[in-house]
Design a protein around this ligand. Structure first.
Ligand code: ARG
Length: 459
């Protein structure tokens, strides 16, 4: 008979057992569930709500079940529906009468909310560590390439020269925000819901603060309806995952472009690329493509759960059982992608020569030619037009700007002097952009220093 079978005259249809049971996926919460139950039983015993010796037996019994779960010795049953009732059923089988007192003052509704919160808190710690690994990798690449000049792009057209270091530190900033989003989400996940009961709390004098303390929560939930109906903490994790996956995808997109023969800025390590079954010459950036592709499923997880939640009246509704697979999938996908991404980026070979060559093409110094004229006294809008005309002339003559003679340049403005060749050189273009946040090596060095301080404080 089901743990809730008292009111029923007939067994559940096997089709329904199969349909509504969640044990196939929520068995992943076994450790969190048992840990929560140990804290609940401990408090029940301490508060004299159940006999101390029963509490003792329950705690011992639960510890035994946890050890067996971890050793893979437990077969969960579909009949027992979910992880909560599976654990309780096994406990009663093992320790008898005392086991029947565990669920005093508790509902599966506050229990599942608790398990989810413990899971999310652990997932946040783990994900932050992985983000940190990847950020450390980026900083070490940035340190090596402070002077590696490359083109910066807008509209995927060469725009202005920057350095590889500057580009990689832009990626760092994206990941740093992902990290901070998790720090922020943790505060709201760190709230203990037990004591909410099914929806209306309980008449037992539970010591909720004690349970929070035993489980390492900073606070207890302040409304029993919200305590069981809230899934924001999962949604926040999955939205942080979605935003971060979007970042990883953009990084991957750049690496895919850069590894094409058209760019050839990077060479992927053989260990992180794959071949073609038909075209012998191919070396494909599959890993980067797969990360880019997996963003879709994480967005799907977010949309799925947001949609499942949007029409639910307070408090618990069974729709909410749909939360777990979305959470697990987003967590698995995000963490796996972070690990593989780190491996891929660590083993990249950057083609400095090709990057530098590309930075010199495409008139990336046209803005600096205009700025040169501005420094000689011409208003910027006018200087922009002069530089534009120089570019048009160069496009037709198939020359770079600095390949023109001074005489040719003077045709466009007599403000041009011999010092333009120095002022609009590739190195000057980069080195003079030393505004904080800019690509000049000294500015990037400052951002690297700040990144290192951040990573140190995040240890
Ligand atoms: N398996 C359920 C879930 O995942 C646990 C809570 C069930 N509560 C209930 N009243 N049916 O959401």
């Amino acid at each position: 008979m089901k743990l809730w079978g008292g009111r029923f005259e007939k067994a559940t249809d096997s089709m329904v057992d199969d349909f509504h049971s969640s044990i196939t996926f929520d068995k992943r919460l076994a450790r969190q569930d048992i840990t929560g139950s140990i804290a609940h039983a401990t408090m029940l015993g301490e508060a004299g709500i159940i006999p101390a010796e029963d509490a003792q037996k329950i705690v011992e019994g639960l510890k035994g079940i946890l050890a067996d779960v971890e050793a893979g010795k437990i077969e969960f049953s579909l009949e027992a529906e979910d992880i909560h009732m599976n654990v309780e059923t096994i406990l009663i089988e093992r320790i008898g009468e005392a086991g029947k007192r565990l669920h005093t003052g508790r509902s599966r509704n506050d229990q599942v909310a608790l398990d989810g919160r413990i899971y999310v808190k652990e997932a946040i710690f783990q994900t932050k560590d992985l983000l940190k690994d990847l950020m450390n990798t980026l900083v070490s690449i940035a340190k090596e390439h402070l002077h590696t000049v490359m083109p910066g792009y807008t509209h995927l057209q060469r725009a202005q020269p920057i350095t590889l270091s500057h580009h990689v530190m832009a990626w760092f900033q994206m990941l740093k925000r992902d990290y901070e989003r998790l720090t922020d989400a943790y505060v709201r996940a760190d709230v203990m819901p037990l004591g909410s009961g099914a929806l209306a709390g309980t008449t037992y004098p539970l010591n909720r603060e004690r349970v929070a303390e035993l489980l390492g929560f900073r606070a207890i939930s302040e409304n029993s309806l919200d305590g069981v109906a809230d899934r924001d903490f999962m949604l926040e994790y999955i939205s942080a995952a979605s935003i971060s996956m979007m970042h990883l995808s953009r990084m991957c997109e750049e690496l895919i472009l850069w590894s094409s023969s058209e760019f050839h800025f990077v060479e992927m390590d053989d260990g992180f690329a794959t071949g073609s079954s038909i075209m012998p010459q191919k070396k494909n950036p599959d890993v980067a493509e797969l990360i880019r592709g997996k963003v879709g499923r994480v967005y799907g997880d977010l949309m799925g759960l947001l949609t499942a939640m949007k029409g639910l009246p307070l408090a618990y509704n069974k729709d909410m059982q749909e939360d777990k697979e979305a959470l697990f999938d987003a967590h698995d996908t995000w963490t796996k992608c972070l690990i593989v991404m780190d491996g891929m980026i660590k083993t990249l070979t950057f083609r400095k020569d090709v990057m530098e060559q590309a930075a010199g093409g495409g008139f990336t110094n046209a803005t600096d030619v205009a700025d040169y004229l501005v420094k000689k006294g011409m208003p910027f809008r006018e200087a922009h037009a002069v530089s534009g005309k120089v570019v048009l002339y160069c496009v037709k003559a198939e020359k770079a700007i600095l390949e023109l003679t001074l005489e040719e340049l003077k045709e466009f403005s007599d403000m041009f002097e011999a010092d333009v060749y120095e002022a609009a050189s590739l190195l000057a273009c980069v080195n003079l952009r030393k505004v904080p946040g800019g690509p000049a090596p000294e500015a990037v060095q400052a951002s690297i220093d700040s990144a290192e301080r951040f990573l140190k404080s995040a240890e």
